[in-house]
Design a protein around this ligand. Structure first.
Ligand code: ADP
Length: 218
């Protein structure tokens, strides 16, 4: 049985991949990097990187590969050799290739790619209800709750959570990120979960645990 400790998560915007990733990271004690949240923190801290990223994120566009690649490389270089999980990266095939190259140079590789496949209509109905904690990134589907259950921070609606921005992000997902899933599928690295109706995150997590176990025995 192969030990799985380096993961990539792939999922459409608002697919629930972030929640699933947090669960997986907690269970396997993995360090996790969510590139979207890290970019938002850079913007809040008014760093050079944040300044560069802002103009793209404001328009719900992907931030250029070079900027994100460097940010992820720095994070990976600082993390020790234990397990990790990347959520929101790679988002383009060029990013996947850059990551592979970086890991290869260090004698490492990704162990499994979790692909959460969710119907578009389901995501559209969720997106209008989503709120995110401005300090710790915790996400809920209850717009009426104002403070974070995890850290007490303020729950806010994200600027890019509206139908127009969603349509754009969905298009980017189909044209740029689905090919990432195919890139890893061709290498036999994908564990795919399909969701066609609303389900409890805990149920989806249980399915994932089972599929990962099967995958590790292959
Ligand atoms: P969502 O899951 O709703 O797409 P994220 O929090 O993952 O949101 O990302 C928010 C924004 O951050 C994206 O719309 C994009 O502009 C930027 N971003 C995050 N990760 C990447 C990446 N790997 N490559 C390029 N841009 C990224």
């Amino acid at each position: 049985m192969k030990e799985l400790k380096r993961f990539i998560l792939v999922g459409a915007p608002a697919s629930g991949i972030g929640t699933l990733g947090r669960c997986l990271a907690d269970t396997l004690n993995l360090k996790s990097l969510r590139t979207g949240s890290m970019l938002r923190r850079e913007i809040e801290a008014c760093t050079e990187l944040g300044r560069k990223a802002l103009s793209y994120m404001d328009k719900a566009m992907l931030v250029p590969d070079e900027i994100v690649n460097e940010m992820v490389r720095n994070w990976l270089s600082e993390s020790d050799n234990s397990g990790w999980l990347l959520d929101g990266y790679p988002r383009t095939v060029a990013q996947a290739e850059a990551l592979d190259h970086f890991l290869q140079e260090r004698g490492m590789s990704v162990d499994a790619v979790v692909y959460l496949d969710v119907a578009r209509e389901l995501i559209e109905s969720r997106i209008m209800r989503r709120r995110e904690c401005s300090s710790c990134g915790y996400v809920v589907q209850t717009p009426e709750v104002e403070s974070c259950a995890k850290c007490g921070g303020q729950m806010v609606s994200r600027k890019d959570d509206n139908m127009e921005a969603f349509a754009r992000r969905w298009k980017d997902f189909e044209t740029m990120t689905l090919p990432v899933a195919r890139y890893y599928e061709a290498r036999g690295m994908v564990v795919k979960l399909s969701v066609t109706e609303e389900r409890e995150p805990a149920d989806v997590s249980r399915d994932l645990a089972q599929k990962l176990e099967e995958f590790s025995r292959r």
